[in-house]
Design a protein around this ligand. Structure first.
Ligand code: BGC
Length: 371
């Protein structure tokens, strides 16, 4: 099985990729890894949770769930968000303060996964365990674990949803005109999502099924700084002006829901028909949009499940048990393959929404209100 390289340019294709449920390689340790069963620590210890700025609903929810869940499990949570300005430096300071304050485990949703190696090393030197949450932290041996939805799989699902949506909704046979968007360059996930999607889409661009009229297929050209809606909307405005004067735009690969809605707004303001647009995160406004038949798809990465898994890892560390992982091969941070617990993301369209949100009451209620 291949490793997911966090390169901005690589589209890694090495045969079939499958997340084999959550059963493979449980408890495994990669060759050369320093991970071993820790000694445990006192119940009621301080646990640091450093989250990035609130670029999507999932981050807002995660903070609350960590505070509640860790408290309920008997720990003392210290949950911090990096503010929207000076975010990287502030997050570095917050993590350093957690280390100094004696946190036994530090869970990090990185603002910029390339700029935390010093803080992660400091945590390790102080005897704390560091878990990367949702976003991998790069270029450090000191990172102990990664807990995330399988983000490469997210990208693959988005790519496939774009193809499925075009076949179902474009109203004409191929070729289809599409445009591609990717996330913020400082987020390690952005390349993972894009490479996953391009594994599905590139063969279709190469064989002429898909036509990217702007010619912008490189992750640098498609990037959305800071995951900001206004940046995606501005880029979509320019693409429409430059390449879609008399052409119909059939589909857009959008890496998440916030950007999907900005892209849809741009097209609507230009007075053009809404294309097939993908998304991610199951944000409330996007779920409504999907049920109204506007946005085509999203991804269910249930934040409650991810936070729960991270807290389970903290509990195992506290008791001195071996931390359960289910993947020791895929997520390479540049210097080591990080032992990971990966959850399976679920694609959601109008057709399967009721089933996909069966365990997410808030979203299920929205779906039912459209029936
Ligand atoms: C997360 C996505 C989210 C994005 C912007 C990514 O790292 O995995 O779920 O949409 O950040 O907040």
């Amino acid at each position: 099985m291949k490793k997911i390289l966090l390169s901005a340019t690589a589209i890694v294709v090495a045969g079939a990729f499958a997340l084999t449920g959550c059963s493979s390689e449980r408890g495994g340790t990669p060759a050369g890894s320093e991970s071993k069963a820790p000694a445990g620590f006192e119940a009621g210890a301080k646990i640091g949770v450093a989250l990035p700025d609130k670029t999507s609903e999932n981050w807002v929810l995660a903070g609350q769930l960590f505070t509640d869940g860790l408290t309920e499990a008997g720990f003392k949570p210290d949950v911090q968000y990096a503010p929207a300005s000076n975010t990287v430096a502030e997050q570095q300071n917050q993590i350093q303060a957690m280390v100094t304050g004696g946190a036994k485990v530090i869970i990090i949703g990185a603002k910029d996964g390339k700029q935390l190696a010093t803080q992660v090393q400091a945590a390790k030197d102080a005897g704390a365990t560091v878990i990367a949450y949702d976003r991998l932290i790069e270029n450090t041996e000191a990172l102990d674990y990664y807990v995330a939805f399988d983000n490469f799989k997210v990208g693959q699902l988005q790519g496939q949803a774009l193809l499925d949506g075009l076949a179902a909704r474009a109203g004409h046979p191929a070729p289809y005109n599409v445009e591609l968007f990717s996330g913020s360059p400082d987020d390690a996930n952005s390349a993972v999502f894009f490479n996953g999607a391009m594994e599905v889409l590139k063969p279709k661009i190469d064989d002429g099924t898909l036509v990217v009229s702007s010619g912008q297929t490189d992750i640098k050209q498609t990037a959305t700084d800071g995951w900001k809606a206004e940046n995606a909307q501005r880029r979509m405005d320019s693409l429409l002006t430059a390449s879609y004067g008399d052409k119909v735009l059939d589909g857009v690969l959008s890496p998440n829901d916030t950007l999907a809605r900005a892209i849809i707004t741009s097209v609507q303001q230009a007075g053009k028909p809404v294309p097939v647009v993908t998304g991610q995160d199951s944000e409330v406004e996007s779920v409504k949009s999907i049920m109204e038949g506007v946005q085509y798809s999203t991804i269910n990465k249930d934040t409650a499940l991810l936070v729960k898994q991270a807290i389970t890892m903290v509990g195992q560390l506290q008791k001195g048990e071996e931390v359960e992982v289910n993947d020791t091969k895929q997520y390479d941070n540049g210097v080591k393959v990080v032992p990971s617990y990966l959850l399976a993301p679920v694609i959601v369209t109008k057709e399967n929404a009721a089933e996909a949100y069966a365990n997410v009451p808030k979203l299920l209620d929205i779906v039912k209100s459209f029936k």
